[in-house]
Design a protein around this ligand. Structure first.
Ligand code: HEC
Ligand code: HEC
Ligand code: HEC
Ligand code: HEC
Ligand code: HEC
Ligand code: HEC
Length: 267
């Protein structure tokens, strides 16, 4: 029992350091905004509104790996430098948003074009979003109502949603994904929190591989040749590195301490 009194001050100190360093987001996103990326390298310059990409819309249909490895999107907002010509040639958004690929037997709407009518402009502003749209917010709440709840992030427990078969993200697109060899999945392991009284972290290689494949983490985020070769601390994670590359921006946020620090204190 006394360990609890030990843990709480440590939590506060670490969280405090992170706040002081500005590692945590200042504006806490609303559930429908969590995982939203604004892409604006070229749009406004070209007289179009910036592009708003929602992870919640897409992650129900596709794995992280499919987009971030096979389609080739970077893991930092704006880093891919997508332009309209790429989309029109069938890369990036245009891989799927080409007016031909089917999704639930409906054609996925097309992306950029050089010429367009007033009617077609309605399609442009699905991506080149001028302002927050009430309709999008409604759509989010209608979707999230049917999903198992969570305390943070999108307030959707994506993991349980998948376990229950409520969402079935696909990991393969004909003509885009390379046929994968059956990878041997590494065992799950515990990561020591290294602070007395702080619960250790059980890291599931198996679960993460289902969503991310191996390539999303190795070798860019974690060297991964031998456990313990990547040296990092909670402050690095708060700063958006290592686990923090995903946890805070798209996967459940760092405020959910216990979800990672899940094993009873060891020392
Ligand atoms: C499926 C989403 C999507 C749709 C629909 C879409 N775009 Fe884009 N468009 C993008 C993305 C992503 C970018 C890159 C954004 C950035 O970095 O500014 C982009 C960039 C642009 C640019 C910036 C200049 C350039 O050459 O890259 C123009 C102009 C443009 N789009 C025009 C259009 C027009 C016109 C339409 C409607 C006919 C349209 N787009 C529909 C996703 C879309
Ligand atoms: C349909 C494609 C798609 C899927 C599926 C997808 N992403 Fe993304 N992701 C993107 C795009 C597009 C961007 C923005 C890239 C850019 O701006 O250059 C992005 C950006 C990100 C970023 C950076 C966000 C930021 O604010 O800097 C992270 C982290 C990320 N994705 C993680 C994930 C994880 C984890 C999953 C699976 C749960 C996932 N993505 C699923 C397309 C996708
Ligand atoms: C792997 C395929 C895939 C990729 C890549 C992809 N999308 Fe989508 N997107 C979909 C599907 C499927 C839907 C849902 C069906 C539909 O709305 O046609 C969707 C829906 C959307 C919607 C919701 C439209 C609405 O308001 O109903 C937007 C906006 C969108 N995508 C933008 C983007 C942007 C921007 C990119 C690139 C940065 C992108 N998508 C890349 C498959 C994809
Ligand atoms: C979400 C991120 C993530 C994914 C996905 C992932 N790993 Fe890892 N992997 C890690 C982390 C974290 C470590 C520990 C690294 C460290 O401490 O330096 C690790 C360690 C390893 C190690 C060293 C293990 C040891 O006991 O020393 C190997 C080998 C490895 N990973 C292979 C894989 C393979 C193969 C896949 C795909 C089947 C994969 N990983 C998917 C994050 C990931
Ligand atoms: C996404 C998973 C994740 C979440 C969420 C998380 N942690 Fe951690 N934490 C880790 C990992 C992994 C380590 C071990 C780093 C290492 O190898 O030393 C760690 C280490 C720590 C340590 C040990 C000292 C240090 O700096 O490494 C403390 C204290 C800590 N976390 C506090 C917190 C607090 C407080 C929260 C909630 C605000 C939190 N953690 C949320 C993954 C997480
Ligand atoms: C490449 C992106 C990525 C990285 C890096 C990553 N995760 Fe995750 N993680 C996810 C996604 C996606 C989920 C699914 C749940 C969600 O989206 O909220 C998840 C779920 C989890 C869960 C709940 C599932 C389980 O295993 O019981 C834990 C705990 C977790 N991550 C810990 C970690 C730790 C610790 C690290 C760093 C060593 C880490 N993650 C690095 C993407 C990532």
């Amino acid at each position: 029992m006394r360990k609890i009194f030990f843990v709480v001050p440590i939590l506060l100190v670490v969280a405090g350091i992170a706040w002081a360093q500005g590692g945590m987001k200042k504006h806490k996103p609303l559930p429908y905004e969590f995982g939203t990326v604004t892409i604006n390298n070229y749009s406004q310059q070209a007289g179009m509104p910036p592009v708003v990409f929602d992870h919640w819309v897409h992650r129900q249909y596709y794995t992280c790996r499919l987009c971030h490895v096979d389609v080739g999107f970077g893991m930092i907002a704006g880093s891919t430098k997508i332009c309209s010509a790429d989309n029109m040639k069938g890369y990036y958004c245009g891989t799927c948003h080409n007016g031909e690929m089917l999704h639930n037997k409906k054609r996925i709407f097309e992306s950029c074009a050089r010429e367009y009518s007033r009617e077609e402009y309605k399609r442009c502003v699905k991506c080149h979003t001028l302002e927050k749209r009430a309709a999008k917010e409604d759509e989010f709440y209608r979707f999230s109502e049917k999903m198992p709840g969570d305390r943070f992030g999108n307030r959707i427990n994506w993991e349980v949603a998948e376990e229950k078969g409520l969402i079935k993200p696909i990991d393969y697109l004909e003509g885009v994904s390379a046929k994968k060899s059956n990878l041997k999945v590494n065992p799950d392991f515990a990561i020591k929190a290294k602070v007395g009284g702080m619960p250790d972290i059980i890291f599931s290689h198996k679960k993460h591989t289902v969503w991310n494949g191996c390539e999303l983490c190795h070798p860019e985020i974690f060297i991964g040749v031998k456990k313990g070769t990547s040296k990092y601390s909670m402050v690095d994670i708060f700063d958006g590195k290592y686990c923090g590359v995903c946890h805070e921006k798209v996967a459940f946020p760092q405020t959910d301490c216990q979800r990672c620090h899940a094993t009873p204190p060891q020392g």
